[in-house]
Design a protein around this ligand. Structure first.
Ligand SMILES: NC(=O)c1ccc[n+]([C@@H]2O[C@H](COP(=O)([O-])OP(=O)(O)OC[C@H]3O[C@@H](n4cnc5c(N)ncnc54)[C@H](O)[C@@H]3O)[C@@H](O)[C@H]2O)c1
Ligand SMILES: C[C@@H](O)[C@H](N)C(=O)O
Length: 343
């Protein structure tokens, strides 16, 4: 099967690899669509994300969906022809986190496209049945692939306990910020403010329904939030840029007793945070790591037309053109590219 392998930064090689056979509890999936995630681009550009280094050739891609073409002997819920979204992190199922329900925190998770585990920029992937979710006919394969970033948004909103009528600030209008916007709206938030430093991203966020979009390279966030909320502050801030200045600014925008959810990964290991602010204002400051049990909700939201994920896709490309696609994805004004696995 054709497989796009990152052999060194800025260089994919299209290799012919053996097609996998499904294990007893696995389905063999003909991959259809794979989203290009910011983490894929980071590995492509730098060969590492923080301490996680690409030491051996790696198959990128973890936002994927396709069609089941074969099943292992124990598989009962899926059959050839079913279209499925693939949840990319498969945990050990045995540790205390797994048995306690927090499987996304399993230390032995096998997460696609995270060294040393290969991802899905390939014609076929064999994947556990219970991490492959059947798509209804009304949900496209592209939408199935984008259940992954949507899951990050759903989990962040669940962490922040975003509620009906809430005012939510989302900092960073990349794909993750836009998916948080979708999830927050679906959860019942009525006022959603987005920030960014790139005007095209803000224009896009406005088109997609942000009630206010603030360019924090030019305007003062605290003043803009004060004006919008009559000096009260927002109920929940979800930080989705990873920029240190943005992480710091979350405390200026949240109301007393509010919640800050940190999703964006900072380049710096430490970011100064005013702990007195956190104590005096009784803030909940929470981390949000990937997701758990979100795929069924993501698929239902898509099937019911409550969220739009396809609208963030700005270009589609193929395995043969994957280098060009990644060059394009590096443009800071581009939100999301997809790779169609043509055969
Ligand atoms: N916690 C998790 O589970 C998880 C999962 C996926 C992604 N992430 C992280 O979330 C972040 C967002 O992911 P993405 O794919 O949307 O990334 P992205 O780089 O595409 O988007 C980040 C956006 O933030 C904007 N930005 C930069 N500086 C800013 C500032 N000071 N204020 C406001 N916006 C600013 C950028 O212009 C960009 O539009 C990244 O840090 C990523 O690593 C975390
Ligand atoms: C969650 C996923 O989208 C993210 N890129 C990660 O590797 O954790």
């Amino acid at each position: 099967m054709r497989t796009a392998v990152l052999i060194e930064p800025h260089q994919f090689e299209l290799q012919d690899r053996p097609r996998p056979s499904p294990g007893p509890d696995e389905v063999l999936v003909a991959v259809g669509e794979v989203g290009i995630c910011g983490s894929d681009v980071h590995y492509y550009e730098h060969g590492r994300i923080g301490d996680i280094v690409v030491e051996d050739p790696l198959v990128l891609g973890h936002e994927s969906a396709g069609t089941v073409i074969d099943t292992g002997e124990n598989v009962a819920t899926l059959e050839p022809g079913d279209r499925v979204a693939l949840e990319p992190g498969v945990p050990c199922r045995r540790c205390s986190h797994c048995t306690g329900g927090d499987y996304h925190l399993c230390a032995d998770v096998r997460f696609m496209a995270t060294p040393p585990h290969d991802g899905s920029f390939a014609e076929y992937v064999s994947w556990p049945e219970d991490f492959a979710y059947k798509l209804p006919t009304t949900v496209s394969t592209t939408e199935g692939a984008l259940c992954e970033p949507l899951s990050v948004g759903i989990h962040a909103c669940r962490r922040g306990n975003v509620g009906t009528g809430d005012t939510v600030l989302v900092t960073g209008a990349g794909p993750i910020g836009l998916m948080i916007l979708e999830a927050a709206r679906a959860t019942g938030a009525t006022d959603i403010i987005l920030t960014d430093v790139v005007e095209e991203k803000l224009a896009f966020a406005r088109e997609r329904g942000a009630d206010l979009a603030v360019n924090v390279a030019e305007a003062d966030l605290e003043a803009a939030v004060d004006q919008y909320t009559d000096g009260v502050g927002v109920d929940v801030v979800v930080e989705a840029s990873g920029a240190a200045s943005s992480i710091r600014s979350t405390l200026d925008a949240v109301k007393r007793g509010g919640t800050v959810v940190l999703v964006g990964l900072a380049n710096e290991a430490t970011v100064p945070f005013d702990v007195l602010d956190i104590i005096d204002n009784e803030l909940d400051v929470l981390g949000s790591f990937r997701y758990k049990n979100t795929y069924p909700a993501a698929i239902d939201l898509l099937a019911d037309g409550v969220v739009d994920v396809e609208g963030i896709v700005e270009f589609e490309s193929t395995l043969a053109d994957i280098d060009d696609a990644f060059q394009r994805a590096m443009d800071p004004s581009v939100v999301k590219g997809m790779i169609t696995i043509d055969r």
